[in-house]
Design a protein around this ligand. Structure first.
Ligand code: GLC
Ligand code: MG
Length: 425
């Protein structure tokens, strides 16, 4: 299974639409806060799982539109498809399990008898998911009648209503909750049970996540009526589930703090990094911190002072080299000087930087190779470089801070720039 080599410290299992992603926030403020928190503190020893109702087709679309991190595991199509890693390797055992007593044609045949059920687009019809739209006031009645007719045929199925509009028919063993239970069982066989699991959701198809044993749960503040109703009927006395006061990803961060699951201060919420606690210092944190400074520098959100830049230079080895994605080599100090002259060049414009898949490998007692994806959104253009950095600790260990010794970038396929001179690092 993709991800960590030992027991994950935290497994976050989150829905996407209106949970991880706030479609009402064009700045993606809380998503970027979550990203920085995750990459700085959790990526190296925890598991990120997205559990979405979306099919692979429209899940991939969302990833192009929004600054989403790469999850270790992706559960799609309302818990009917489980896939691992960046290349979405499907879990064929799960597919086989769902095939038991499932007859997709029969579901579509029976559903056709209800004119109130409007089929969703072709992309959302999947091998183990038949999806419709239906108005709220008609839903209860149709769900009851459709259930009766499918039962008569002896089919094992379940019907899930979400967002006050979407109706999914799935095999009985499917769904987000069952998919999570399956994943936890798999992790157990591999000796990798997470220390803690946090499930996060906003709508009806997320309800099952909250009934998986031994998980913490957060319903984000903007949760839908049907989820809140499910909670009132089934889980009101469960102290491990909260209804956050914050929307979407901010609600997830709130829950990490509420249940004391680990660090809950996003580097994006820290105005000056000298205030960072030493227990946060690790190579991932160093990378996040640098690129946040870089974003703020170009947006003129930090002060342009000599000590500021001189301090930064101290962290770069005088003999350090940067290999630009164009192939041109420069000294790291020259790059810092070039950055100096870009102060405020993105001020008042849309400019956001985030890192994904930060993966440090310790090479010796004081040296790390850190590989990650560096993303930059400038206006409506988005670019990404696969980046490798060699860091060494200044003193005896990581808590003394790091020196950057070498850096190398290549374009992530499909995300390069035409004009290389626009890319600093
Ligand atoms: C997503 C899917 C849709 C499904 C809905 C609720 O929006 O695209 O097919 O019905 O989630 O589960
Ligand atoms: Mg949702």
């Amino acid at each position: 299974m993709a991800g960590v080599n030992s027991c994950p410290r935290l497994m976050v299992v989150s829905d996407l639409d209106l949970t991880m992603v706030d479609h009402y926030d064009s700045e993606n403020h809380s998503l970027l806060r979550f990203n920085a928190l995750w990459e700085a503190n959790y990526r190296h020893n925890s598991l990120l799982v997205f559990s979405t109702g979306r099919s692979p087709t429209i899940y991939k679309q969302l990833r192009k539109e929004k600054p989403l991190l790469s999850p270790d595991i992706t559960v799609m199509s309302v818990g009917t498809e489980i896939a691992y890693g960046e290349s979405l390797v499907p879990d064929n055992d799960w597919v086989e399990f769902l095939n038991q007593n499932w007859d997709r044609n029969m579901v579509t045949e029976e559903a056709r008898k209800f004119p109130e059920l409007i089929p969703q687009s072709e992309t959302e019809q999947r091998p183990h998911k038949v999806s419709f739209y239906i108005e709220k006031d008609k839903a209860d009645e149709v769900i009851k009648a459709l259930s009766e007719s499918l039962e008569k045929h002896g089919l094992d199925f379940k019907i899930i209503y979400s967002g006050g509009i979407a109706l999914d028919v799935l095999p009985q063993g499917a769904g987000k909750g069952q998919a999570l239970a399956y994943l936890l069982k798999r992790l157990k066989t591999e000796g990798k049970v997470p220390d803690n699991t946090l499930v996060c959701g906003d709508s009806g198809n997320d309800a099952e996540l909250f009934s998986v044993p031994e998980v913490y749960g957060v319903m984000v503040s903007n949760a839908q009526e049907e989820l809140l109703q499910w909670y009132a009927d089934n889980a009101k006395n469960n102290p491990n589930i909260i209804h956050a006061t914050e929307r979407c990803a901010a609600g997830i961060i709130q829950a990490i703090g509420h249940f004391s699951l680990g660090p809950n201060t996003s580097p994006r919420d820290v105005p000056h990094f000298s205030e960072c606690k030493p227990d946060n210092v690790n190579p991932g944190h160093e990378i996040v911190k640098f690129y946040l400074f870089y974003e703020r520098w170009r947006c003129a959100e930090v002060e342009d002072t000599d000590p500021c830049m001189e301090n930064l230079k101290v962290d770069y080895h005088p003999a350090g080299v940067f290999v630009h994605p164009s192939g041109v080599e420069r000294s790291l100090h020259d790059c810092i000087n070039a950055m100096r002259s870009c102060y405020g060049d993105k001020q008042g414009r849309k400019f956001r930087v985030w890192v994904d898949r930060v993966s440090p490998v310790q090479m010796s007692s004081d040296t790390w190779i850190v590989k990650f994806d560096k993303w930059e959104l400038s206006g409506d253009e988005r670019h990404c470089c696969i980046t490798t950095v060699v860091l060494s600790s200044k003193g005896g260990d990581a808590s003394d801070g790091f020196t950057w010794r070498h850096m190398h970038q290549t374009w992530l396929e499909g995300w390069g720039v035409k004009d290389h001179s626009n890319w600093l690092f």
